[in-house]
Design a protein around this ligand. Structure first.
Ligand code: F58
Length: 812
């Protein structure tokens, strides 16, 4: 039998009875238990396998279609993926939700209970990691042959507990009870070298032999990434570090030196032990660079292995392969591909460089200078000696090009060099990423423009065509269909079918329903029901949410000043006609980012003070649920009325929470930053509360010698709020936050305070006119279609990747 002629698998059940049969057979044969003794965990694992089988069958057909067409592939390289919980998604994408609910009920369980056992793999920090997850979803939905490569961290982003003492971090052993969604693939194991030295190759000046001093194994496992409304199932392949057999010291073990015997093995396996929640500590930097190279080395070898399944000639590599670098974390892939091509496959330098440059593309996710990665030259030299040599050659040839374009401009050469000389020699990864790729993109219009005008201006001068914008997007399946089933059903009813889930611009059709009072009523009742389900506060209060990582540039401190001012106003006039508000904060701070952790603690303390206050608490409530993650986001977002997007203009690259909230009918209060600008342009100025300095005014304010104290002195309410924080009532954290605002206020919080409060007054005015508010809410949803990650992927596919879909033939 020619296996490639058709998958020829035994058909999986389509009816409730057949699904039940499959579930039972998995319970017996794969879980090894019985109906009588099945625990909820048994039922969860068995159901997951039963659903997974359906996707695995589609996966087999996808692989066959891809093999047959030998297409151009997209490889997404990312140190982070925040995939979210898998069961509900996979039920939806496999169309087995109803069958599953019935089948598990017969076993004595409810689907909701089993969904609670589904732990999300927290393999990312925030927006960047979640973007990677949305993009792989949309790649599959758009039938684009793609693999996402990442690291299978044993411990994901820490579990956060919030108390009045602030944030506590606990390890997140997410796969402790196993992970039914992954397939280990030990046969595709790779070998990765570190340290050591290089030796010349006589007669081949470009080539070297690298003799590593340490060898670590990379073992892959993959998770299935189904497309929605299509048969494509792609994969995310995650690498785990494993010690080689040789690293176990049997003689030491026999001599009773147990710790020493496994020391080397432990060191090797530490590479994929923990996700870095932080890039601000010196400690562990070597380990982080090791992680980056580990990801890159394993993935590139796997990519080459896959290329060679159908191709032989290196000249075709860049036609068949595009590798997208998700920020600079995987940028060491550029010298690594050069090393593989030149040293191992013996291509000459210029041919190898042509291939390399054509293969890679780079997405930048920041504007903060301190977030642009650099690595000490001596660290790279020690850990990856051959790569440093290659980087030097790349730099020399590159600077020669710059010199030819701009003769005599030494200052430009110094600015553009991949090597920073002062105060310490470091490799600038963003420069390497720009030099070694065909395309560079920012993640929102303003961000891409500021990259060209500021951070990467010299490079944009040299290669204007290389710089592009691809505005971020979000998966409508996860962030409205799964997160907000009530609203999704209403939209489907209103639009006539659910095709909007694959073509989100169709939401514009909601505009014509706005005039229908019963539609508006239902819209409002759904928002209320979502608030009841969230149970964060009075469902009739204005639910005001700020959910994102804690960072000073995002300005949770501005929101806190607003809360304190509201509190003081209520106290000054307890009989006033106050708009009741529930202010919900959620988010994690990097464990070493003390200012951000101070803010968390201060918010929790102020929240407790308000809760204990009989005068203010009827009108104002601050809630701060612990452990913000994808699962929690899916509960909060559908319940939000107001979306806080208040970063200092010019600092937030894009934001994606802003898109999720608008899609779910929250109205934004925000600055002209990141994708807020594009949201406002689409939902309309009247349906967005704008305030604050723009990016140019903000930059100018600093240049003009910004004095936060002047704002403090001229604004009595602001002064009262800051004085309250610094009064001692909130302890040392209150002092620290108040004095940092008064002393320097890096992100111009005080400069934007008054404009922010004025905008909040407009919010309250709009809220009091409930019909107006509902219309605004509907219009936000109706005009969020652009922010689908399906559109983002289509943009990348057309302008950067130049890839075409490969449909998978449908089988019934
Ligand atoms: C985020 N970056 C941007 N970085 O801040 C946000 O504006 C944007 O919408 C999003 O990327 C997607 O483009 C981000 O999440 C990180 O998480 C770093 C990862 C490496 C360690 C330090 C945090």
């Amino acid at each position: 039998m020619d296996l490639r002629q058709g998958i020829g698998l035994r058909k999986l059940g389509k009816t409730a009875d057949e699904f039940q049969q499959d579930l039972l057979s998995n319970l017996y044969y794969r879980r090894g238990t019985t109906v009588e003794s099945a625990s909820a965990r048994d039922a969860y694992e068995t159901l997951s396998l039963t659903v997974r089988d359906r996707l695995a069958e589609r996966r087999a057909r996808t692989a066959a279609a891809h093999y047959a067409s030998n297409p151009r592939w997209v490889y997404y390289l990312s140190a982070e993926y925040l995939l979210g919980a898998q069961l509900e998604q996979n039920l939806l994408y496999s169309g087995t939700g109803n069958l599953a609910a019935e089948a598990v009920k017969a076993l004595g369980f409810s689907l909701e209970d089993l969904e609670d056992l589904d732990v999300e793999p927290g393999l990312g920090n925030g927006g960047l990691g979640r973007l990677a997850a949305c993009l792989v979803d949309s790649l599959a939905t758009r039938d684009i042959p793609a693999v996402g490569y990442g690291i299978r961290y044993d411990l994901g982003i820490f579990r956060q507990i919030i108390t009045e003492n602030g944030q506590t971090e606990l390890p997140d052993d997410w796969a402790f009870q196993g992970n039914p969604w992954e397939f280990p693939a030990p046969d595709d194991r790779q070998t990765v070298g570190f340290y050591g030295h290089t030796e010349p190759v006589p007669g081949s000046p470009d080539r070297k032999v690298w003799v590593p001093g340490e060898i670590v194994l990379g073992e892959p496992s993959h998770m299935l990434v189904p497309g929605y409304g299509t048969d494509t199932v792609n994969i995310v392949r995650l690498w785990s570090a494993k010690a080689s057999e040789a690293s176990f010291d049997l003689s030491r073990f026999s001599a009773g030196q147990y710790a020493e015997a496994v020391q080397e093995a432990v060191r090797a396996e530490n590479i994929s032990k923990v996700l870095y929640p932080d890039d601000s500590t010196e400690l562990g930097r070597e380990l982080r660079l090791k992680q980056q190279y580990f990801l890159v080395s394993c993935s590139l070898r796997d990519i080459i292995r896959r290329f060679r399944l159908r191709n032989e000639d290196w000249s075709e590599f860049a036609d068949k392969t595009v590798i997208q670098l998700n920020d600079t974390h995987p940028t060491i892939a550029i010298p690594e591909l050069m090393r593989l091509l030149v040293d191992e496959y013996e291509l000459d330098w210029s041919k190898a460089w042509e291939i390399t440059r054509k293969t890679f593309a780079y997405t930048c996710h920041t504007l903060l200078p301190e977030a642009l990665e650099t690595w000490p030259v001596r660290l790279i030299e020690k850990l990856l000696p051959r790569h440093l040599e290659i980087i030097y050659v790349i730099n020399m040839l590159f600077l020669r090009e710059v010199g030819a374009q701009f003769p005599g401009d030494q200052d430009r050469i110094r600015r553009m060099s991949i090597i920073q000389e002062e105060p310490e020699r470091r490799v600038r990864m963003a420069h390497l990423a720009v030099v070694g790729t065909e395309a560079v993109n920012g993640v929102a219009e303003l961000h891409s423009k500021l990259l060209r005008e500021t951070v990467l201006d010299d490079f944009a001068d040299l290669w204007p065509a290389k710089f592009q914008n691809v505005t971020n997007g979000i998966s409508p399946r996860r962030f409205i269909r799964i997160a907000n089933p009530r609203l999704s059903d209403l939209i489907t009813e209103g639009l006539g079918d659910d095709s909007w889930l694959r073509d989100l611009e169709k939401l514009a059709g909601l505009e014509s329903l706005i005039g229908d009072a019963s539609f508006r009523d239902r819209w409002q009742s759904i928002k209320r029901a979502n608030k009841v389900a969230l149970a964060a506060g009075d469902p009739d209060s204005l639910t005001d949410v700020m959910i994102k990582r804690f960072h000073e540039y995002k300005r949770q401190q501005l929101k806190l000043l607003h809360v304190v001012t509201l509190y003081q106003r209520i106290h000054a006039n307890p009989a006033g006609d106050w708009v009741p508000r529930t202010v919900l904060f959620a988010g994690k701070a990097a464990p070493a980012y003390h200012a951000a952790k101070d803010l968390i603690q201060l918010i929790a303390t102020v929240g407790a003070t308000i809760a204990a206050d009989p005068v203010a608490s009827p009108y104002l409530k601050v809630v701060f649920p612990s452990n913000y993650n994808v699962t929690l986001a899916e509960k909060i977002i559908p319940a939000a009325d107001l979306s806080e997007q208040i970063s200092l203009a010019g600092k937030e690259a894009s934001g994606t929470g802003n898109m999720k909230l608008a899609l779910n009918g929250a109205v934004t209060i925000g600055t002209l930053d990141g994708a807020n600008i594009e949201i406002r342009a689409r939902v309309g100025e009247d349906n967005f509360f704008l305030f604050g300095l723009d990016a140019y005014e903000a930059a100018q304010a600093r240049i003009n010698g910004y004095q936060p104290r002047a704002f403090y002195e001229h604004d009595a309410e602001l002064r009262a709020a800051i004085d309250a924080l610094g009064s001692g009532a909130f302890g040392d954290v209150g002092h620290r936050v108040a004095s940092s605002l008064l002393g320097w206020d890096e992100y111009l919080t005080l400069a934007d305070y008054r404009a922010y409060l004025d905008a909040q007054a407009q919010v309250e005015e709009a809220w009091r006119d409930r019909d107006r508010w509902i219309r605004m809410s509907i219009l936000n949803t109706a005009h969020s279609g652009f922010f689908s990650s399906d559109r983002t992927v289509a943009d990348y596919a057309a302008r950067i990747w130049r890839v075409a879909p490969v449909p998978v033939p449908h089988e019934d």
